[in-house]
Write a protein that binds this ligand. Structure first.
Ligand code: MG
Length: 278
């Protein structure tokens, strides 16, 4: 199933919808994890005036250097165990919202296309074989990163947590095998990253199990599972995000997450832009 969360003129606070194969959206009553019911109201995607982040995560967890080729383009060795860091919840952003280049770190902001797992059930000390039972579904994420801060701070929290640096969406897709999905990043239509999730050093079941042995994963937790090779900072010459750029995270079977880059001075102060699908 494919869920989307959005606001319309009739639902300014936001609702969930179930997207059908015909592109029509059935409006749901209730939250994603409480068996939401159909209301009988049907919309077209064109009726959406604003996409909302697909969940309100209790935590945004992320894994660094989880693809060998990316680990080697940004360091000299792959990690021996999943490398966890946390993005602030206030960085959360939606499909078609702007990525705001902060005036505090304007020069070296980078993209990272990632498959994001959404936890659906409280998970603690979960064995690898059962780990996928705790995943509700998957969405697209861009782990936007301020490389100046990442290199200079000694750890990554600030670099990964500027406002708008955690776009997710537009859909949460259930019933998907995350073992071999093509993850792509396009910037202004040009493919910058393109690699399958089968190349992860630690796959999704391994990550969920591993993390659940350290912290409780609550429903709605968003887990960025790492980015493929081809990030902007590792390209020659480096490709860093600038105002006007459009990032598209395209994951097979999951969707396309699109965000435009703006300078802080141009930001309108909201985390969600208005849009209309073609
Ligand atoms: Mg990342």
């Amino acid at each position: 199933m494919k869920f989307v969360r959005f606001a319309t003129a009739r639902h300014p606070q936001g609702v969930y919808g179930l997207v059908g194969g015909d592109g029509l959206i059935e409006v749901l009553r209730g939250g994603l994890f409480d068996a939401p019911e159909c209301t009988g109201e049907v919309l077209k995607e064109g009726d959406i005036v604003r996409y909302l982040p697909p969940v309100d995560p209790p935590n945004i967890l992320a894994i660094g250097r989880n693809y060998y080729a990316h680990a080697m383009e940004t360091s000299d060795h792959p990690p021996a165990a999943p490398l966890l860091f946390i993005k602030a919840n206030t960085a959360l952003s939606a499909h078609e919202a702007n990525i705001v280049l902060p005036s505090a770190a304007p020069t070296r902001v980078d993209y990272e296309a990632e498959l994001v797992a959404i936890i659906g059930r409280r998970a603690k000390n979960v064995p690898v074989e059962e780990a996928l039972d705790y995943v509700f579904g998957f969405t697209c994420g861009n782990d936007v990163s301020a490389r100046d801060c990442q290199a200079g701070d000694g750890q990554w929290a600030r670099a990964k947590s500027f406002d708008t640096f955690a776009p997710m969406g537009p859909y949460v897709v259930t019933g998907l095998d995350p073992g071999d999905l093509l993850v792509q990043m396009r910037v202004n239509g040009e493919t910058m990253q393109q690699q399958s999730t089968k190349d992860m050093l630690f796959n999704v079941p391994c990550l969920v199990s591993y993390l659940s042995h350290s912290l409780t994963l609550m429903p709605g937790t968003a887990l960025y599972t790492g980015t493929p090779s081809g990030v902007g900072i590792a390209r020659k010459p480096p490709v860093l995000l600038k105002p006007g750029d459009v990032c598209e995270v395209d994951i097979a079977g999951v969707g396309v997450l699109r965000n435009r880059v703006v300078a802080e001075a141009q930001a309108d102060g909201t985390c969600a832009g208005t849009m209309r699908l073609p």
